[in-house]
Design a binder for this molecule. Structure first.
Ligand SMILES: Cc1cc2nc3c(=O)[nH]c(=O)nc-3n(C[C@H](O)[C@H](O)[C@H](O)COP(=O)(O)OP(=O)(O)OC[C@H]3O[C@@H](n4cnc5c(N)ncnc54)[C@H](O)[C@@H]3O)c2cc1C
Length: 489
């Protein structure tokens, strides 16, 4: 619920001023989940404001097997939050207590999604068995296929609609407002459907709590696999002096750039040809083989890239899989060339090596392809046998892998750093501001694949508990932030 507006004059412009208890910014998986928890806990005064109900990363992205990470409760091997937190903190740049809270609450968050209708694969006994994902020594990953986070947004949005939470679409938050004690008191929003009105669609929302679920800073990156519709708004919090953590820790990996899609899993396991050209597409060069000592080492590294998709500095030496990312980066960003993966042709070796054949392929890759019934002469045929859906994905985006190569780069996928917050996802220095989801800097250097989605769901729950714990004082006053609004206008 939102209180009816009153009009106030700011620099000669008449702006409506609304009041609510909790202002939730964004409509990604994290924000929607927070609204649902708040509603269940009895919060009646809240408002979701989003710049685009169809925007955001959760709704618009996917990958070969988009993963949700949670404590395993259906495997032969016993698991616990204590074991899980070890996986979280291994790579560094994590806060131990926060990682522990994410582990401890992961099952609650996961079963919330199940209860809202997410049909994760399970056995006949009701056990949600999982698989190993990146940086995961256990089997805590679970997936609905390429579009797990889109399905999350679908079920979460349906619940928000069912419970009648006010939802304002096409509204950009353009300024967060604080009082003299660095406490949140609200935000200024720009209604993009009212730009031509006298006040240009600006209004003020006073709120006791502000949940910021604006996602990763996608607009920062030149080479990116974030959906094009998503830009991010971490700057809103920076502008009011919110502390940040580990901002330099972004996650990168190989992705196609015409249609943005991670080239993980089967795309690498079928061992496509990698080559670069000049800007005009001439002078092709098979740039990988000079850096590998044998066919075995080269095919093993490309094959492993399927499992080890994110760039990881620890996997460069000894002809590791991240050497591939580094070599692609060298071609595109250092030499200014274009790089392609071509499924019509096999990898090319050094001149002194034999021609590519089955006997050249590392036993890891060959064993996998043969066991899967997917050995064939070309990467394209292998991909048809291994994962036809991977071909169809490109076909539905007007790219025929049997006829054209894929232009690729090492692309940003996730910011592991972000705003600093405590174990309740409340900002470390701006009271009543709750950065949740990707905008929160809790993610660490090499967290297991799928932990971003879990972090968003757990953060949403924790912020809701914290907000309800404060009670509903309705303390925000326009007086406290009038100057900031005048400055903006
Ligand atoms: C290619 C790819 C693959 C991925 N695969 C996985 C995976 O397998 N497992 C995993 O755990 N994670 C994965 N991730 C990461 C994960 O998808 C994201 O971290 C997560 O979806 C972010 O959710 P969010 O709710 O924080 O933000 P988003 O879903 O990005 O939502 C942000 C919302 O804020 C709104 N917004 C932004 N600025 C403003 C503003 N100024 N005013 C109003 N509204 C605003 C947006 O419109 C949007 O609604 C992947 C990411 C990518 C790009």
């Amino acid at each position: 619920m939102v209180d009816a507006s009153e009009q106030y004059l700011f620099q000669g412009y008449s702006l409506p001023v609304y009041k609510t208890g909790v202002l939730i910014i964004g409509s990604g998986a994290a924000s929607l989940s927070c609204a649902i928890h708040l509603h269940r806990m009895g919060c009646s005064k809240m408002l979701i404001v989003t710049d685009n109900r169809n925007g955001g990363t959760s709704r618009n992205t996917g990958s070969d097997k988009q993963t949700y990470y949670r404590q395993s409760d259906a495997s032969h091997v016993p698991d616990s939050p204590y074991a899980m937190v070890e996986s979280y903190i291994r790579g560094g740049a994590t806060h131990g207590d926060i990682a522990f809270v994410e582990a401890q609450n992961s099952l609650r968050a996961f079963y919330n999604l199940v209860s809202l209708g997410m049909d994760f694969p399970h056995n006949r006994y009701g056990g949600y068995t999982g698989y190993k994902t990146d940086h995961d020594p256990s089997s805590r990953g679970i997936s609905l296929g390429p579009y797990t986070s889109r399905e999350m947004v679908r079920v979460l949005s349906a619940e928000v609609q069912r419970n009648g939470t006010p939802f304002w679409d096409q509204c950009d938050v353009v300024r967060l407002l604080t009082d003299e004690n660095d406490q949140m008191v609200g935000a200024v929003i720009l209604d993009k459907t009212k730009l031509y009105e006298e006040n240009h669609g600006l209004s003020v929302i006073l709120a006791d709590h502000v949940v910021l679920g604006t996602g990763g800073p996608a607009g920062f990156y030149a080479s990116s696999v974030y959906p094009r519709v998503h830009v991010g708004s971490i700057g809103l919090a920076m502008e009011i002096g919110a502390e940040a953590a580990n901002l330099t820790e972004s996650q990168f990996g190989i992705a196609s750039i015409k249609f943005r899609w991670n080239l993980s899993g089967s795309y690498q396991q079928v061992l496509p040809r990698y080559y670069s050209t000049d800007r005009e597409g001439n002078n092709p060069e098979d740039f990988l083989s000079p850096y590998f000592s044998s066919w075995e080492a080269l095919t093993n590294a490309v094959f492993l890239k399927g499992y080890q998709w994110p760039f990881d500095a620890a996997k460069i030496s000894d002809e590791g899989s991240s050497l591939i990312d580094l070599l692609v980066y060298q071609e595109t960003q250092v030499k200014g060339r274009r790089v392609f993966m071509d499924f019509r042709e096999n990898l090319t070796g050094k001149s002194e090596w034999s021609d590519f054949s089955k006997t050249c392929v590392a036993s890891s890759a060959l064993g996998y392809l043969q066991t899967s019934g997917a050995w064939a002469e070309t990467p394209y045929k292998r991909l048809q046998l291994l994962n036809q859906a991977a071909i169809d994905m490109y076909a539905s985006n007007h790219i025929d892998l049997s006829k054209e190569p894929l232009e690729i780069d090492v692309c940003a996928q996730h910011n592991n750093g972000g705003l600093a917050a405590d174990i309740w996802w409340e900002s470390t220095n701006i009271a009543h501001l709750y950065p949740i989801g990707e905008v929160n800097g809790s993610h660490g250097v090499s967290r297991p694949g799928g932990s971003a989605l879990n972090a968003g769901q757990v953060g949403a729950l924790r912020a809701a508990i914290r907000i309800m714990g404060y009670g509903t004082p309705m303390r925000s006053s326009l007086q406290a932030c009038k100057m900031q609004i005048n400055d903006l206008i």
